[in-house]
Design a protein around this ligand. Structure first.
Ligand code: ATP
Ligand code: MG
Length: 407
């Protein structure tokens, strides 16, 4: 039995990046031998084990063959005869298809090291096209390593284009797609993920609502970059620069979907795009079964981002409605995330990245003013039920009027 480090751990060590999780491949062993050594089996589909002490993943060397659509459509073959080279060739990218023994001797039959130096994300073999998830993985690696100068090799992009056209992407489960999307959005350059998906035609399949934003103009006075797609990418980039959480990044990506529905004769204006976009945001949310907090924030940001920008001009009654819609009294964190998304939207515009955003503190102050209304005195006055609700609202409105006058 021979054991090698594979995949990300080898790649990231050669790149001089920190290695977090290590994947191992075991050559020349049987399942029985692994169990006898105390490894715990995981995964019903293929022979993967957890190390009894470290808990790291050890997979028996295996070959794969495509036998149908989607992820289930694979036949695996693991046996002690499968060689390291045979295992490595089934992997997605050459830089992920290197192995290393305990002396750090490199096995690199597909020239991953050469591609690391050339800063190229290149597929290992034509079998790349057998798993459509690889389109998303490559786009995610492009986002992760963009700062190091990595790009997708032209022949790999071509394969990704064919895969996107073939209809195979539709066979991906929401769970597998979301895992890649959410990880990609948390990279330092998430906009590159969207750019690569767009370049190979996958964006049109996965998120046609986002794809449709490219080529749609906005008023240059507010949007020097003009193009709505370019704006969306900048907003995403700002969200990453400002280390925003996944909820905010997801909301940033989807906030302007309504602009893709504007009839051309209305361009570059987008009347009521906030409201029109909601059904699109909902559709994307549901397509990927995004987690509830991501779904909620995306819908709220979609509907109210313009309110955020106009915060200082809003009437106290409108401010109150905004705060009520967010249930800011019970969900203060969600309102903070809304403010963050609005700020990213304001900065994600050409030449305006450094602008100040006084709306943020103004909104925070308004939330505090409304929250400080005490319920106890109203209870003591005898209000209850719906009347109590109305009385609280009246007091909050008063507080917001005072806030607006004094700010
Ligand atoms: P990360 O740093 O994100 O963990 P990684 O390269 O280690 O990157 P994993 O998802 O942990 O990625 O997978 C480990 C290895 O398994 C990859 O390097 C690659 O060789 C292979 N691999 C994983 N998923 C696929 C896939 N869908 N198709 C082909 N090879 C894959
Ligand atoms: Mg890994």
């Amino acid at each position: 039995m021979r054991i090698y480090k594979v995949g990300g751990a080898v790649r990231d060590r050669l790149l001089g990046k920190p290695v977090t999780d290590i994947d191992w491949v075991v050559v020349g062993a049987t399942t029985e031998e692994m169990l006898a050594k105390g490894f715990r089996p995981v995964g019903a589909d293929f022979p993967v084990f957890l190390h009894p002490k470290s808990g790291e993943e050890y997979a028996l060397a295996r070959t794969e063959r495509k036998s149908g659509r989607g992820y289930g459509g694979f036949t695996f073959h693991a046996s002690p005869e499968v060689t390291l080279e045979e295992d490595l060739i089934r992997r997605d990218l050459t830089i992920n298809a290197m192995a290393e023994d305990d002396q750090q001797n490199l096995t690199d039959p597909y020239h991953g090291q050469r591609d690391l130096e050339a800063r190229l994300l290149r597929h290992v073999s034509p079998a790349f096209a057998e798993d459509p998830l690889r389109v998303l993985r490559v786009a995610r690696f492009a986002a992760r390593y963009a700062a190091l100068g990595f790009t997708v090799a032209p022949e790999t992009l071509e394969l990704m284009r064919q895969l996107s056209e073939s209809g195979e992407l539709e066979a991906l489960t929401p769970e597998r797609s979301w895992k890649e999307i959410s990880r990609a959005l948390m990279e330092d350059q998430p906009q590159v993920f969207i750019e690569v998906l767009r370049a190979c035609g996958a964006l049109k399949v996965l998120m046609p609502e986002v794809d449709a934003l490219f080529g749609v103009p906005q008023p240059p006075a507010h949007h020097p970059e003009i193009d709505t797609g370019a704006h969306t990418l900048s907003v995403l980039q700002q969200a990453a620069l400002h280390k925003q959480p996944l909820t905010v990044r997801w909301a940033c990506l989807l906030h302007d979907l309504g602009k893709g529905l504007t009839p051309e004769e209305e361009w570059p204006r987008h009347i009521a795009h906030e409201f029109k976009g909601l059904k699109l945001i909902k559709a994307v949310n549901e397509r990927f079964k995004a987690p509830r907090d991501c779904q909620e924030l995306a819908m709220l940001v979609g509907e109210y981002h313009t309110h955020g920008h106009r915060a200082l001009e809003l009437k106290p009654s409108t401010l109150l409605e905004l705060l009520q819609s967010f249930d800011v009294y019970r969900r203060p964190q969600r309102f903070e995330e809304f403010i963050a998304a609005c700020e990213m939207d304001a900065r994600g515009r050409e030449g305006l990245e450094q602008r100040s955003y006084p709306q943020a503190d103004y909104l925070r102050g308004a939330a505090t003013a409304a929250r400080t209304v005490a319920v106890q005195p109203l209870l003591e006055k005898g209000f209850k039920g719906p009347e109590l609700g109305e009385a609280i609202k009246r007091e909050r409105l008063k507080a917001l009027k005072a806030y607006k006058e004094n700010t």
